[in-house]
Design a protein around this ligand. Structure first.
Ligand code: SER
Length: 627
């Protein structure tokens, strides 16, 4: 059923001239601003800013997304860490009129949702920001309602007066504005964003203007953004048309549409059941869990909560591992570890004492195999990682619990929590949950301090050990990125094949590049490296990317560090001169310029500085200078 909803959505937009593109990986490529892909929009950012998408101005997809901030919310009927976001995009092509008409048609004709159940919100405008009220969207929704005989009232929402029989509500920029970092006040200069119009489904029209009784949120009046559970947001149409400037906002060169709607939520609305864990996406895994635990989903509140945490966390871990993120103690890997360890702990609540994440994981792989074939391809390694992590955790859990029981006093100190974390593998939430069960609390602030201190130490030890640190995807940053590949090739030619990248950080002012080499590099050598880069630029070489088998690429001498992080098939960028000379050949996710002319316009490449970075690692700063 969910498979067909996903299909139906993609086909609907394909009929309206959109090219269907596959989901990007959960680990963003060359976007240092975030650890995970958390919305369909993230991988599309360059195209809002004017870059040409190879498949045109109308794109649709179902994007795998993971939001770490939702981890604490999992357990109710609608929050998940992992979700699929159905998306459609206009890169300076159609705008509000078409988008709203298509959404109306999709919801009411394709999903057969009763318009009486639908509610919409629009941006009320803000004079200080000089951004007008979005009356156009409100009027468009109203027109569609009237075509089915509903006289939809448009209301300026206020908590005090409630919904007043309205169907369309204006809210301020805290609700009806979207950017990667939220409301206008949080946006850094340069960040794109815009007003949005959101779509809601009412699960309890019988309640009039009231909340679901007995929920902690039930106030005097319910409203679409209320947390009582009566309404669910099922999609968000963002009109990405502004960019933050020092003074306020300016219009982008093109007007874009960014629609995102959670697949499970749309499914929940079309089934008129607010529990997304009851959808078919979780069915296989639910059955497996029932067999393993002997408990049925939905029987009692406490166990239902545990069921949801286990289902959500294992599903997310399966997708993350499928994208090459394996459990570890830092960065992205740490989230996978937390998810799995929490899942094991909540498995306890369901009375499961033996290893079980593999069976549940396999159930998810079966469910998603046709929509995400890479899960089937990677199933052996996914299963191996689940098992390894669970076995490891169960071993330490036993010892750790003993340690935990030895702790006296009502407050667990930051140091003790850190020891439980670093020596016994207890993510902080587990310590907190155990503490709560025994009526204690944890000094989490002190724990965070310890953690930070520890991370700083380990960061110094592995200075700059990250890849793809591009500040943005502007032309100049991209030119620096390609030039950095050439520089590494030059360094390897001069200093030997033991030189590898240890980190990079590229802005539109300079490239900062860390590489493995034990001693100072002389100015003569730096001059030769510089000359190598400029010769490549002058040669008029082209940049080509090819997909290769990982092993084949390695044997062919393609340069790369962190090989183990890459999937079996890798993208190799090659800079090749008109005479066939290969200046650089390196594993990378892009983006890169197409021809050397795209670099030459910024001037000559110049290495300004070379210095020690950490033991065995050197750091170079290079710029473009006017020639
Ligand atoms: N970017 C918007 C969101 O994540 C719509 O896709 O809600």
């Amino acid at each position: 059923m969910s498979d067909s909803l996903r299909e139906q959505y993609l086909r609907f937009f394909s009929r309206h001239g959109h090219a269907i593109v596959p989901s990007s990986p959960l680990r963003p490529e060359n976007d240092p601003t975030t650890l995970f892909t958390g919305s369909g929009m993230q991988p599309m950012l360059p195209y809002f800013l004017g870059e040409t998408h190879p498949l045109g101005k109308r794109i649709t997809d179902s994007q795998k997304s993971f939001r770490t901030q939702d981890i604490e919310e999992v357990g109710d009927n609608r929050h998940t860490t992992f979700f699929e976001m159905l998306g459609n995009w206009s890169f300076g092509d159609y705008f509000k009129h078409e988008q709203i008409a298509w959404m109306w048609e999709f919801l009411t004709q394709e999903l057969h949702i009763d318009p009486q159940r639908l509610f919409f919100t629009c941006f009320r405008g803000n004079k200080d920001l000089n951004i007008p009220r979005d009356t156009e969207s409100a009027e468009l929704w109203k027109k569609h309602f009237s075509e089915v005989g509903i006289d939809a009232k448009i209301i300026d929402f206020s908590e005090r007066d409630g919904m007043q029989g309205g169907k369309i509500f204006y809210y301020d920029e805290k609700k009806n504005w979207w950017s990667r970092v939220g409301a206008p006040a949080h946006m850094p200069v340069g960040e794109p964003g815009g007003p949005d119009t959101e779509m809601f489904f009412d699960f309890r029209p019988d309640l009039g203007e009231s909340c679901i009784p007995g929920t902690p949120f039930s106030g005097k009046f319910c409203h679409v953004n209320c947390d009582c559970g009566r309404f669910m947001e099922i999609g968000n149409n963002v009109f990405m048309q502004y960019r933050k400037t020092v003074e306020g906002f300016e219009e982008l060169a093109q007007k874009n549409v960014d629609f995102g709607g959670g697949l499970e939520r749309l499914m929940a609305a079309s089934l008129n059941n607010p529990d997304i864990f009851a959808t078919d996406l979780f069915e296989n895994a639910r059955k497996t869990l029932a067999l393993l635990s002997g408990k049925q989903y939905g029987e009692n509140e406490h166990e239902t909560y545990a069921y949801r945490v286990v289902l959500d966390h294992i599903r997310a871990a399966v997708f993350l591992i499928g994208d090459g993120i394996i459990p570890s103690n830092k960065d992205q890997g740490y989230f996978v570890r937390r998810l799995l360890r929490r899942a094991v702990r909540f498995g306890d609540t369901l009375g499961i004492e033996n290893n079980f994440t593999v069976q549940v994981g396999e159930a998810f792989i079966t469910t998603y195999a046709s929509a995400y074939p890479n899960l089937a391809l990677e199933s052996a390694s996914i299963v191996a990682e689940l098992l390894r992590e669970e076995v490891k955790f169960r071993k330490t859990l036993e010892v750790g619990l003993k340690e935990f029981q030895k702790l006296s006093g009502d407050i667990i100190s930051g140091t003790d929590a850190f020891i439980l974390f670093s020596s016994y593998g207890f993510p902080i939430e587990i310590t907190e949950e155990l503490a709560k069960e025994s009526g204690k609390s944890v000094d989490t602030a002190a724990f965070q301090e310890e953690l930070q201190h520890h991370q700083e130490l380990s960061r110094t030890a592995s200075a700059g050990k990250f890849k793809g640190g591009l500040a943005d995807q502007s032309e100049k940053v991209t030119a620096f990125h390609t030039a950095t590949h050439l520089m590494l090739a030059g360094l390897r030619q001069e200093l030997g094949k033991n030189v590898h990248q240890a980190g990079s950080n590229i802005t539109d002012e300079r490239t900062r590049f860390d590489f493995t080499f034990p001693e100072k590099v002389s100015r003569e050598i730096l001059d030769r490296v510089e000359a190598y880069v400029n010769k490549a630029i002058d040669s008029g070489a082209q940049v080509k990317s090819t997909i290769m088998e990982k092993d084949g690429a390695r044997v062919a001498g393609v340069e790369g560090s962190f090989w183990e992080k890459y999937p079996e098939k890798v993208t190799v960028y090659q800079v090749e001169g008109p005479d066939g000379m290969v200046y650089s050949q390196e594993l990378c996710g892009g983006p890169h310029v197409k021809t050397m002319a795209d670099i030459a316009r910024f001037g000559r490449f110049q290495i300004q500085k070379e210095e020690a970075c950490s033991a065995g690692v050197r750091r170079i700063k290079a710029v473009f200078t006017a020639s």
